[in-house]
Design a protein around this ligand. Structure first.
Ligand SMILES: *Cc1c(COP(=O)(O)O)cnc(C)c1O
Length: 411
């Protein structure tokens, strides 16, 4: 029999969402009449904007005609979409990028999971804790860590605890690392990095020759005009950072799949003979070897996000989710709970009342209020004692959830 990649056996068993699913199914079987409200997974519930649907339909019709048929497209994406991205997401923010620096893909999960492949196995990796589990798990799979300890920390991984004291945005460590994953607005805490905090990371990366892997999947939820949407708004970031963006949360593409990565020409790594190597060239090699492009109709749909109607329609959806977040936040604050996030992000991060652990609160919320959320400990050991509620829900469910928390939860 073939030996397996043993690094997979280091992964913490029972990944977060399957365990949530198991507990919810058991509860539903025991309580068949309970109407469960799901505020666990970060997945949109509003339909695609009409401008996007129309663009996709037109593109599908083209695919049915000999003259307009599209076969394999460029692996890195069509230029029409890359140009729309540059003109709308970057140029208005004073960030000048070229089409060759954009790589269109089918998701930021894949991008943020795959990027580690082009870096050395010996690379020292830092993550903010708690965070999107993909960054840690993909480095574990690659063999960049040792085994997990009793508290849920992998050997050789550098954990930067995000706590209420540091506003859930830990500063750069004293030690040097090679790769650091940052996520702003953050999943799960909803915290954002200020311009000064981003600058301290860019300075850190220059000082230590580190590469910042900047996940901006939630940038569209930023309401505070002082908060940068892109790491490249910080001078010097092009030499040290890769940025991940996705249409998933911005425009409801979780089921449609489209995202992109920015890999600046100015970003360099070190090769075998200590020579400088273009990360863009390396990623282009990787991307075009293992990926054959996002479908043409989907890229046309993504392009439509940047039309005036598209912009207006997706902004309405974002405002809807942000209003949900405001309602949840206000409802919990009325109960004197400690709540964070939910202002520049679709997630509310709360301290479990009475100091109970994250899974205990999960069971309590499910049993007493029939609401599903996400235990903070599932995002990293420092998330223990916290809980995430997602604003990706229908308004009537949000208001009912808040009402139930007030009337049924025994605090
Ligand atoms: C949802 C999410 C993404 C986007 O993933 P897709 O694969 O593009 O759907 C990326 N990063 C974080 C932190 C997320 O929560």
């Amino acid at each position: 029999m073939a030996r397996i990649n043993e690094h997979y056996q280091k992964l913490k068993a029972g990944y977060l969402f399957p365990e949530i699913g198991r507990r919810v199914r058991t509860f539903q079987q025991d309580n068949p009449n309970a109407k469960i409200i799901r505020m666990g997974i970060g997945d949109g519930v509003l339909p695609l904007a009409p401008a996007i649907v129309a663009a996709m339909k037109t593109a599908v019709d083209e695919m049915g005609q000999t003259e307009a048929f599209h076969g394999y497209g460029p692996e890195r994406g069509y230029e029409f979409l890359a140009k729309a991205i540059l003109d709308n997401d970057y140029r208005p923010r004073g960030v000048d990028l070229q089409v060759e620096e954009i790589f269109i893909s089918d998701g930021s999960k894949c991008d943020s999971g795959n990027i580690q492949e082009i870096f050395a196995l010996e690379s020292k990796v830092a993550i903010v804790d708690p965070v999107y589990p993909v960054y840690v798990d993909t480095n574990v799979m690659a063999g960049r860590t040792g085994s997990i300890d009793s508290e849920g920390r992998y050997e050789r991984m550098v954990y930067l605890p995000a706590t209420a004291e540091n506003g859930f945005s830990p500063p750069p460590p004293d030690m040097g690392v090679d790769l650091v994953y940052l996520c702003s607005p953050n999943n799960p805490t909803g915290a954002t990095l200020t311009r000064e905090q981003m600058k301290s990371w860019v300075d850190y990366a220059h000082r230590h020759d580190a590469v910042i892997l900047f996940d901006a999947a939630y940038e569209a939820f930023i309401t505070d005009p002082e908060i940068p949407h892109s790491i490249y708004e910080i001078p010097g970031a092009k030499e040290v950072a890769i940025e991940f963006r996705s249409f998933s949360k911005t425009a409801g593409f979780t089921g449609t799949r489209c995202a992109f990565m920015v890999v600046p020409m100015a970003l360099k790594g070190i090769g075998r003979e200590n020579e400088k190597v273009s990360i863009n060239t390396l990623w282009n090699r990787r991307h075009s070897t293992k990926f054959n492009g996002v479908s043409y109709p989907v890229q046309r749909g993504a392009e439509a996000c940047y039309t005036p109607e598209g912009q207006k329609q997706i902004q309405e959806n974002i405002n809807y989710y942000l209003e949900n977040a405001r309602i949840i936040r206000a409802g919990l604050e009325k109960l004197k709970m400690d709540v964070y996030g939910g202002v520049n992000a679709p997630y509310i991060w709360l301290k479990t009342p009475g100091g109970i652990d994250s899974w205990k609160f999960f069971d309590k919320l499910l049993n007493e209020a029939h609401i599903v959320g996400t235990p903070g400990s599932g995002f990293g050991p420092t998330g223990e004692g916290y809980f995430r509620l997602s604003a990706f829900a229908l308004r009537e469910n949000v208001t009912e959830a808040v009402e139930r928390i007030h009337s049924r939860l025994k605090l």
